[in-house]
Design a protein around this ligand. Structure first.
Ligand code: SF4
Ligand code: SF4
Length: 249
């Protein structure tokens, strides 16, 4: 079934009519009863949902990462402001993730499998900025990568891209969680390119000021008001060596 899911995601990404191009998607899985899901109530917030809240018969969780291209990363890195192409990629990819989840849910239903999912973004408390279903934490549990200084997930394909996830009522073999570390600063104490790239001062070596970051993202959304919702920045995601990786890096 994992292969079926991978093929659907691959086909949809290859056939997208938007301007954003993707590298090969990454698909990973976890058991729905993995004890780390309950830990998210501490790590993210007490309102964070469990897979069983999305689907009472939950048996497995699937996370997928749609990696952006090296070219898009370079465009955002070079632009003194957030590049229009980056804002557009954020908007288009959110639509694409919804499309993938809808098509997968329908396709799996035809095979007798129930699926449930959460929106790719804006599923958080607008005041506290705490997610009810954090795709990056869910993807971590699914073995998709490890967290960097910028508090984003660094996958074997890097961190520049977007994540989606679904809960299924059928078991899938869990993906291994590698003990490796992709963040050079956490590994060797040298990098902080993401911190240096942050235009708002929200990201420091001490951590992330979510409110400061989100205020900046809303400014970007207003600046590109002719696009759909694009409260995105990505300067920390594109500023360092972890933006684009290939498995084995
Ligand atoms: S998204 Fe932008 S503002 Fe927010 S932490 Fe990253 S670089 Fe800073
Ligand atoms: S830019 Fe450097 S310090 Fe920041 S997350 Fe990536 S590797 Fe770590």
């Amino acid at each position: 079934m994992k292969e079926y899911i991978e093929n659907i995601i691959l086909r949809i990404c290859a056939g997208t009519t938007g301007n954003t191009i993707y590298r090969r998607p990454l698909v990973t899985c976890a058991r729905a009863d993995d004890p780390l899901f309950a830990e998210l109530k501490k790590a993210v917030g007490p309102e964070h949902l469990l897979p069983q809240d999305l689907l009472p018969e939950a048996s497995s969780v699937v996370a997928f990462f749609l990696p952006f291209t090296r070219e898009l990363v370079a465009i955002n890195r070079k632009n003194p402001y957030v590049a229009r192409e980056w804002a557009e990629a954020y908007y288009e990819t959110n639509l694409l993730i919804r499309h993938i989840c809808e098509e997968l849910t329908a396709g799996l239903a035809d095979r007798g499998v129930k699926a449930a999912w959460q929106q790719p973004t804006h599923n958080f408390d607008q005041e506290k900025l705490i997610s009810f279903w954090s795709h990056k934490h869910v993807a971590y549990i699914c073995g998709a990568g490890t967290f960097g200084m910028h508090q984003m997930l660094i996958t074997p394909f890097g961190c520049a891209g977007r994540l989606g996830s679904l809960v299924l009522d059928q078991p899938l073999a869990p993906s291994p969680r590698h003990g490796g570390q992709h963040c050079l600063n956490l590994k060797e104490g040298k990098c902080l390119a993401c911190v240096k790239s942050c235009p708002s001062g929200a990201l420091t070596p001490k951590g992330l000021d979510k409110q400061k970051c989100y205020s900046y993202l809303l400014e970007v959304d207003a600046y590109y008001s002719d696009l759909g919702t694009c409260d995105a920045c990505g300067k920390c995601a594109t500023g360092g060596p972890c933006a684009i990786l290939e498995p084995g890096d």
